[in-house]
Design a protein around this ligand. Structure first.
Ligand code: GAR
Length: 192
C-alpha cells in the first residue's frame, strides 16, 4: 500500500471522489494519509476532517515548498495528487518528485491548458473557441505547466446553451471524478 498525499486549494470535489473510491475499493493500492491546502478556508479541509484524514494548511509564503516537503516526509508520502491545487510548483520540487505527482486538468490536453488556464477559465476558453468536445486529463507533473506525460483522458460533449458553470459541472461528473481515482489506482499499482 502506498501513502497518498492530496494537495488542494478549493472545494475538493475531486478529493471527495478519491475518498469515495477508496471506500468503494476502487483505490486499493494506496491510502490517503494527508490532505494539504494552501488556503486555510478550503472546504476540502472539512471533507478531510469529516473522513478522519489529517488536514494541514500551509501558508503560501517563501517557505511554502520547504514546509510542504516537511509534511510529505513526515507522512512518508509516496504519491502526490494535485486535486484542484492551484499553486504552480517549482522546477526543483517537481524534479525531486519525478513521476510521483499526478494532476487533474479540466480539458483535453493540449487544448486549453498551461499557465493561466485553471478552474472556470478553462471552460470559458473552450466555450469561446466553440469546440464541441472537451473533457478532462490526468497527467504526471513536470516543469512545464500541464506538460507532463498523459495518464488518462475522457471526452465530454458541449451542449447548446452551456455556461462555463454548467460545463464545469458536466466535466467533473462525467470525466474528472471518474478518471482521477482510476489514474491514482493505476499509478499506485505500477509503483508497487
Ligand atoms: C477541478 O475542475 C480541477 O480539474 C481544476 O480545478 C477544479 C477543482 O475543483 N483544476 C485545474 O484547473 C488545474 N489547472 P475541486 O476543488 O472541486 O476538486
Amino acid at each position: 500500500m502506498l501513502n497518498i498525499g492530496v494537495l488542494v486549494s478549493g472545494g475538493g470535489t475531486n478529493l471527495q471522489a478519491l475518498i469515495d473510491a477508496q471506500n468503494e475499493g476502487i483505490i486499493k493500492s494506496g491510502k490517503i494519509k494527508v490532505v494539504i491546502s494552501n488556503k486555510e478556508d478550503a472546504y476540502a479541509l472539512e471533507r478531510a476532517k469529516n473522513n478522519n484524514i489529517d488536514g494541514v494548511f500551509i501558508k503560501k509564503d517563501k517557505d511554502f515548498e520547504k514546509n510542504l516537503i516537511k509534511i510529505l516526509e513526515e507522512y512518508k508520502i509516496d504519491l502526490i495528487v494535485l486535486a484542484g491545487f492551484l499553486v504552480i510548483l517549482s522546477e526543483d520540487f517537481v524534479r525531486k518528485y519525478d513521476k510521483k505527482i499526478i494532476n487533474i486538468h479540466p480539458s483535453l490536453i493540449p487544448s486549453f491548458c498551461g499557465d493561466g488556464f485553471y478552474g472556470l477559465k478553462v471552460h470559458e476558453a473552450a466555450l469561446s473557441r466553440g469546440v464541441k468536445l472537451t473533457g478532462a486529463t490526468t497527467h504526471f507533473v513536470n516543469e512545464i505547466t500541464d506538460g507532463g506525460e498523459i495518464i488518462m483522458q475522457k471526452a465530454v460533449e458541449i451542449k447548446d446553451g452551456d455556461t462555463p458553470e454548467f460545463l464545469q459541472k458536466r466535466v467533473m461528473e462525467e470525466a474528472e471524478w471518474k478518471i482521477l481515482p482510476l489514474s491514482v489506482e493505476k499509478v499506485c499499482k505500477q509503483m508497487i
